[in-house]
Design a protein around this ligand. Structure first.
Ligand code: C2E
Ligand code: MG
Ligand code: MG
Ligand code: MG
Length: 284
């Protein structure tokens, strides 16, 4: 009897495995097709200056809606795209759309920056700086208003060739931000030898900021060190007024999070931007 149930369990796991593999294969082929069609959307999440309240810029975040699976989170499909060596093309698609949108907003008189996420795979292309320079030229978006976000974990095991790509991007006057800062269990020493402009403090440090005095001290120290190195600090994932208030007293530079706004499709982000500009005008 024990043998039978053991076998049954084995069959159950085998069936479960097959289902997962099937879904994965379906996802992979759908992903490949969507890359061919360029069928991704980009949503924009604003950042605000904590001193003035002005909208300083947006982060472009890729969105994928699958006809069967519905909305698939980038946290799920970007790692698959990395394995499939498709992430390079997705990121350049997002970059193109984001720069085009950014130029439209800047031409409408909004002094905003645009941030785009890169992943490790993008650096496989030794011509990344040339590719990005071409996108900037075609879209007419100024290099110094573009910020590229790379994760701390990627920065930690940077190879010589990738380091040269970062330096080349810096020469173009593009800004570099370290994303999800604090999750890499790193020493801070790499900050002084990399051409980085901005630290984005990971959401996990912000979540309990108003309740956990250790998080408060950690975040305060990170901001202090970053400022002493001449870096700008953005706090991610602000959802409550209390978190914002603490970050203001800690002299954090900018905030991003649902408290300000969720990532929005372009038309909605546009309305958000216009409304904010009007409010600022009223205050002046
Ligand atoms: P990220 O770059 O750290 O982006 C921040 C993520 O946190 C976004 O999730 C955003 O929607 C979410 N978020 C922002 N504010 C809040 C908040 O107040 N509360 C909570 N709970 N969440 C908040 P999203 O859009 O699902 O993206 C997840 C990750 O996927 C990104 O993390 C980034 O690493 C990656 N990603 C997104 N778009 C791209 C892309 O175009 N290229 C690459 N390579 N990676 C991307
Ligand atoms: Mg990011
Ligand atoms: Mg982040
Ligand atoms: Mg993150």
């Amino acid at each position: 009897q024990a043998k039978a149930s053991g076998k049954g369990r084995h069959n159950f796991y085998a069936a479960e495995m097959t289902r997962r593999e099937e879904r994965r294969l379906e996802l992979e082929s759908a992903l490949r097709q969507t890359v061919e069609d360029g069928g991704f959307e980009v949503h924009y999440q604003p950042k605000a200056d904590l001193r003035t309240g002005a909208i300083s810029g947006f982060e472009a975040l890729v969105r994928w809606t699958h006809p069967q699976f519905g909305a698939v989170s980038p946290a799920d499909f970007i790692p698959i795209a990395e394995e499939m060596h498709l992430v390079e093309r997705i990121d350049m698609l997002v970059l193109g759309k984001a720069c085009r949108q950014g130029r439209i907003w800047r031409e409408a008189g909004h002094d905003i920056t645009m941030a785009v996420n890169l992943s490790g795979g993008d650096f496989r292309d030794g011509n990344l700086p040339e590719t990005i320079a071409a996108v900037l030229a075609v879209t007419g978006f100024p290099a110094e208003c573009l910020e590229l976000e790379i994760t701390e974990t990627f920065v930690l095991d940077l190879e010589q060739q990738q380091r040269q790509v970062l330096d080349a991007l810096k020469k173009l006057e593009i800004r570099l931000a370290i994303d999800d800062f604090g999750t890499g269990y790193s020493s801070l020493s790499y900050l002084k030898c990399l051409p980085v402009d901005t630290l984005k403090i990971d959401r996990s440090f912000v979540r309990d900021l108003a309740r956990d005095s250790r998080d408060m001290m950690l975040v305060g120290s990170i901001i202090g060190i970053a400022h002493s190195l001449g870096l700008k600090v953005v706090a991610e994932g602000i959802e409550e007024a209390d978190q914002k208030a603490i970050l203001i007293t800690q002299e954090c530079d900018e905030m991003q999070g649902y408290f300000l706004a969720k990532p929005m499709p372009p038309d909605q982000a546009n309305i958000f931007l216009m409304r904010h500009a009007l409010d600022a005008g009223d205050a002046a």
